[in-house]
Ligand binder design. Sequence first.
Ligand SMILES: [Zn+2]
Length: 330
Amino acid sequence: MADSPPAQARAGVDYPRNLAEFGEFFPDEKSCVAYLERLRWPDGFVCPKGHVATAAWRSGRGLNVCPTCRRQVSATAGTIFEGTRKLRRWLLAAWEVTSQKYGASALGLQRVLGLGSYETAWAWLHKLRRAMVRPDRDRLAGEVEVDETYVGVEEPGILGRRVVKRLIVVIAVEMNEGRIGRIRLRHVSNVNGTSLQGFVVDVVKPGSLIHTDGWQGYTGIATKGFRHRVTVIRTSPEPAHIPFPGVHRVASLLKRWCLGTHQGAISEEHLPYYLDEFTFRFNRRTSKARGLLFYRLVTQAVRTAHVDTDALFLGTGRGRLSRRNANHNR
Ligand SMILES: [Zn+2]
């Protein structure tokens, strides 16, 4: 079961089916702006103060004008695309990110879009990642396997050497009669009850059956409105992947993805966003139409708050010059 779509989207009408149609959908910047407006205000323009416009008002520069308060708003204002003059390239970046099975790397994106710098491509990718999780998304339900795994990230060590640090990721997997459903992931700093059960409470509906191993961090989850099934691995005659097929499958795919697509080049600070991207892709893995992923990503992007590029680079160790470069190229 995939995350429910925001609307009934039709291939070839609401989103392009392939790159050739992408060209027909978006011949110029104007068509890109019109597309964003359609996704952002499907029922007509709503100004930031909440006034609903019954008739479209346009300023001389083509901005939406609120008939009530006269405020002028662009389609990108307040979204991750805010301030760009290269909307078509942004949409192409979203297309690139969603059309590849394992996602795009910053280097790949830079090449395909002909972006001036690696830092720009990196910043764009991160902004798109922030749009990959709907804040109002549904919680998992039914039978849910929960377990922890580790992913390795590289950090600068002494004498310029890179050191690998192992970070904990908790995984929750919906199981429907032995088949894997939707997932949720979270990076936690430890495996105590507060971290693990806090995650379960946030992402799983009460009344669901939580299936875990015998780790004490899960003890007491039944007092929080869940049913709890414990399979103690150590005393079980079977290897761990048999009682927990869902979390083991997801953990191995996640590790392979971190190493393969990103070559381990994920920082601890940005791990949550990579986990969001993995979740976005995984929960839509059965979707045949790549264009539908594009549609969902852009829909979420116009409803995701603007992120300042400087804020993205904080703590990454990237230089001031790079930041300026990235801002310049947006
Ligand atoms: Zn208004």
